[in-house]
Ligand binder design. Sequence first.
Ligand code: DGP
Length: 143
Amino acid sequence: MSTKECIFCKIIRGESEGYIVFEDDISLAFLDIRPLNPGHCLLVPKEHYETLMDIPEELIGPLFKNAKLISRAIELGLAVQGIFVGINNRVSQSVPHLHIHIVPRNKNDGLKGFFWPRYSYKDRETILEIQDKIKKAIERLLV
Ligand code: DGP
């Protein structure tokens, strides 16, 4: 998708309405139009990157610093008990411009954990196999 058509790029450029709550040189945060709870914000980098895996390393620190600021502001401003922070990457990602969901939470607010069912590993062998695959992939990526 080109940045011309991207709905979040349009909000960043001021061409579409966004109820903006925060802006700095690298990012913008605005209210999600279909919130899980009132005050649900989306924090986006101003540059168009599709997923977390695509953004340059130097953006990660500043972006997550802003995620922390907005989380603290939601807690303080809306007097909620907690915050969920999450990112859909490709699967379940309806807007292909990286966005960090920052969702106000209260106990018994109707949202259940990760919003989808959990399951248990079949056995310890399966756990160790998956652990090993991820560890080996990390080793490959770090060389
Ligand atoms: P996801 O499903 O993780 O890709 O989340 C995309 C979110 O973006 C979804 O919660 C709804 C929100 N959204 C989609 N279009 C717009 C829009 O035009 N404006 C705003 N503020 N939010 C939008």
